[in-house]
Ligand binder design. Structure first.
Ligand SMILES: NC(=O)c1ccc[n+]([C@@H]2O[C@H](COP(=O)([O-])OP(=O)(O)OC[C@H]3O[C@@H](n4cnc5c(N)ncnc54)[C@H](OP(=O)(O)O)[C@@H]3O)[C@@H](O)[C@H]2O)c1
Length: 303
């Protein structure tokens, strides 16, 4: 399944997850990227690959400059200011305003997070499992703002009869960074990597190549009421193991700091994703090695 010849409005195109997606889609589609473009270099890069950049502050909620007649909306912006008023407005209210503004689109794709689930240790979470304030320890507003945004998007789908997909992303990573890339930076700085005492801390990391590959099918699965689906990689990997692998690859020492002031493992059942979009193909070790090669090639050039 492919996305070609569409006019696509994408929020958050400078972000870790969205940037490679925007680059890929801009090859065969007209992509309009909406963000504040707080980093001018990111804007320059996106414009160079053919993305039209539209500066809009979602927290302000004024969409008058945003084209309403688009084929598809990909909502990948996220606001993590830690201030409730801002984060509810910019994540939840803005999603609703965007749906109303673009209600004639063929589909609305909303990127959510598996951080909406109640912590459940090694249990593989299905889409109907209990929701909770998962990320409170490190991002006080994140999980609740993401849950609020999902509720708004579910409602928007029904009000506007707008086919919608809500995809709950697990741990995205790749050449453009991600949580594991931060772990490598901590290691390089000589800082410990926080690890929750409820071990092992299992996740389903998903490489940006698989995000790009599965997106068209997830868009095609948009429906009313909204389709809700976990979005992660096939392999279940412990954070403890990926930190050890990063250390093995690079020769950089890793220390773990056990603390409950961090995110605990979040691992997901991917039955629905596999039905809708098939399996992921990048193995985690290959993906992590590629990530290191892209971000710190000097670390792989050891004798
Ligand atoms: N990264 C992860 O580990 C992870 C895990 C699970 C789910 N997710 C989900 O994946 C999606 C993308 O996350 P990400 O980590 O890639 O985000 P990110 O790197 O933090 O990027 C956020 C994007 O939103 C834009 N943005 C921020 N504030 C804005 C505002 N007030 N108005 C307009 N645009 C604004 C940013 O551009 P400007 O700052 O220039 O405005 C940027 O393009 C989100 O839905 C997130 O919840 C991410």
């Amino acid at each position: 399944m492919e996305l070609t010849g569409k006019t696509i409005l994408m929020t958050g195109p400078t972000g870790q997850v969205a940037r490679p997606v925007a680059e890929a889609l801009a090859r065969d589609n007209e992509v309009i990227g909406l963000a504040r473009f707080s980093d001018p270099a990111q804007r320059e890069h996106l414009e160079a690959v053919g993305v039209t950049c539209l500066p809009v502050d979602l927290a302000a909620g004024d969409l008058s400059a945003v084209p309403a007649e688009v084929d598809l909306v990909l909502n990948l912006a996220v606001v993590k200011s830690g201030r409730w008023e801002v984060d509810l407005r910019a994540n939840a209210e803005a999603a609703g305003l965007l749906m109303a503004h673009c209600h004639r689109a063929e589909a609305f794709f909303h990127c959510s997070s598996t951080g909406v689930y109640q912590h459940a240790g090694a249990h593989r979470l299905t889409e109907t499992d209990p929701l909770g304030d998962n990320h409170r320890a490190i991002m006080p507003t994140y999980s609740i703002a993401k849950i609020a945004a999902e509720a708004v998007v579910r409602t928007g789908a029904r009000i506007h009869d707008l086919p919608t997909t809500i995809a709950r992303l697990n741990v995205p990573y790749g050449d453009n960074g991600g949580w594991p890339a931060w772990h490598l930076e901590f290691m390089l700085a000589g800082s410990p990597v926080a690890v929750h005492p409820d071990r092992p801390n299992l996740f389903n990391p998903i490489h940006e190549q698989d995000i790009i590959a599965t997106l068209p099918a997830l868009v095609a699965a948009a429906a009313v009421p909204a389709t809700i689906v976990n979005w992660g990689g096939d392999e279940q990997v412990a954070l403890e193991d990926w930190v050890a692998y990063l250390s093995e690859l690079t020769g950089v020492e890793a220390t773990l700091l056990e603390t409950d002031q961090t995110i605990g493992g979040v691992t997901v059942d991917l039955t629905r994703l596999h039905e809708l979009a098939g399996h992921t193909t990048v193995t985690w070790k290959d993906g992590f090695r590629r990530m290191v090669a892209a971000r710190h090639p000097e670390l792989l050039d050891r004798p």
